[in-house]
Structures are given as C-alpha cells and as structure tokens.
Write a protein that binds this ligand. Sequence first.
Ligand SMILES: [Cu+2]
Length: 156
Amino acid sequence: MLVSAALMLAVAVAAAACSSGTSSSPAAPTAASPTPATSAVSAGGVRDIAVTLTDALRFEPATFEVKAGERVGFMVTNAGKIRHEFFIGDEDAQREHEAEMASMGMAHDEENGISVDPGQTKQLEVTFDAPGETLVGCHEPGHYSGGMRATITITS
Ligand SMILES: [Cu+2]
C-alpha cells in the first residue's frame, strides 16, 4: 500500500511538471497518431495453406484453422484423375451451389470457389471476417454427398 501510494505521488508530480512545462510552449501538440492500435495483424502477407483434392472424394487435410482478418491463400492441388472443386461457404451456400452445379453442369470459378482440373494447382485467396465455422465442398456430381467436404474454423 505504502509503495503504490508513493509511486502514484511520484507519477502525479511528474505529470504536473510535464504539463506545466508544455503549457508554456506556444507549439500546440499535434493530435495523437490516428493509426489504430490493432495493427498487430501480420503486415499484409498472405499465408499459404496447401490442400489436396483426391478421387477418393476427400480434401486433405479436411480441417483448417484460420484467424479472422487473416489473408490466407489456399494452394489447391488436384491429385486425382477427375475434376474437383474447392468451394467455401456455409451449409446454405453449399446447398445453393450444389443446385447450381446440378442445373448448369458447368463449373466456373468465383470469389469463394474454384474448379481444379486433374494435375492442376490453383490458388484461392480469402479473408474471413468473423470468427466461427464454415465449410468447403466439392460439387462435382455426387462428390459432396459422397463426403467431399472440409471444415474451416475461424478463430478471433
Ligand atoms: Cu470432387
């Protein structure tokens, strides 16, 4: 108790001395830096995560962990002999895309999903805004229902 009281007194004296010193100066202190203190996140780099698509209808690995706000680049390699997809989205988005694929038949790349031909490697860059969990699915006919899905856990 005595120690902290003495410390507080010392701080108060220092602050008083400091403020009396600056108040006499005509140069107004410029505003504190507008840069938010939350710039501890990696300096604009992309973290690559390798993933393999197989004809056994699997993503390897089948679980991913990313941080909210982190820029990640999924390096997606199709190790099989048939085409596969890497499509990111929650349960609803997966269902929607499954229906889209069934009616249109033709795969196409979009913001949150890519179609990868056999032997090909493609990169998909994504930033997940909020913590939670989402899915990855392949919607070549029969693949999603065959278990070709993975889980992405987004930590804060
Ligand atoms: Cu597939």
